[in-house]
Design a binder for this molecule. Structure first.
Ligand code: MF3
Ligand code: CO
Length: 254
């Protein structure tokens, strides 16, 4: 079931999304060699709580036998694609770090992510981050009322593959708002003109995960961290987007 949000609900979702965006900007300024991912997680948690909001990922259950998500945000380094668990690991110059933040306030959710380099990074990694971010905005441009969900997916895939990279298949974007994850699923690959029709009042998280090498991923024994099978780097950018008056409006900006 895809929820069409009312004006009131959209205001609440927007409020959560603004906190997400502010948190990401704050974290970006704290990414440097020597800082641990646990320290970054703590900064995020403090900021979110100081806004009378909750870190939406903390305690999240994937269902089944896996452990609940143990931290406030996800921090994924280099070959880690998404869902990296913050820990006592210090960032090193040359790494790329994906920060993924979800916030719940007044019962409504916002979700966004970005990837940032630690100090100086290689040209290849720079290109990977640029192509991934650009693919997100291309996907967003296709989130218009006359389109279907996989028009977004197709546009992301086409751009990424034309640039020599690959899109992760096992994880997708998603509806977001009343819950962290709602219908529809928003894949980063697919066939034009298929999937659910996009309608005004829908709020979706578009989130390309782009690998420098092959698209195959696996999950580590911690039950969460998704890594590339070939060990090559991966980048991730995400926004929560509202379809408003037929057009996309990015909610997860400050
Ligand atoms: N933005 C990610 C997603 O939509 C983060 C989820 S982490 C989790 O899947 F712990 F909440 F699962
Ligand atoms: Co998401």
């Amino acid at each position: 079931m895809i929820y069409i949000k009312t004006k009131k609900e959209i205001d609440f979702i927007h409020e959560s999304c603004k906190i997400v965006a502010e948190t990401l900007q704050l974290l970006k300024r704290n990414v440097r060699p020597g800082v641990t991912t646990k320290e970054i997680d703590q900064i995020a948690e403090d900021y979110i709580l100081s806004n009378n909001a909750i870190a939406a990922f903390k305690g999240y259950s994937q269902g089944g036998s896996s452990v609940d998500y143990p931290a406030s945000i996800c921090i994924s380094i280099d070959e880690e694609v998404v869902h990296g668990i913050p820990r006592n690991r210090a960032l090193k110059e040359g790494e790329i770090v994906s920060l993924d933040v979800g916030v719940e306030k007044n019962g409504y959710f916002g979700d966004a992510a970005l990837t940032v380099g630690v100090g100086n990074i290689s040209e290849e990694k720079k290109k990977l981050m640029e192509v991934t971010e650009r693919s997100l905005y291309i996907g967003i441009e296709h989130a218009v009322e006359k389109n279907r969900v996989h028009d977004i997916s197709f546009a992301v895939q086409e751009y990424v593959e034309a640039n020599g990279f690959s899109v992760v298949r096992d994880l997708c974007g998603h509806g977001v708002g009343r819950h962290l994850h709602e219908e529809p699923s928003v894949p980063n690959f697919g066939k034009k003109g298929t999937g659910h029709k996009l309608k005004n009042g829908m709020t979706i998280a578009i989130e390309p995960m782009v690998n420098m090498g092959k698209y195959v991923v696996k999950t580590l024994f911690d039950g969460w961290t998704v890594v590339t099978a070939d060990g090559m780097p991966s980048a991730h950018f995400e926004h929560t987007v509202l379809i408003n008056n037929g057009k996309p409006e990015i909610l997860s900006v400050c």
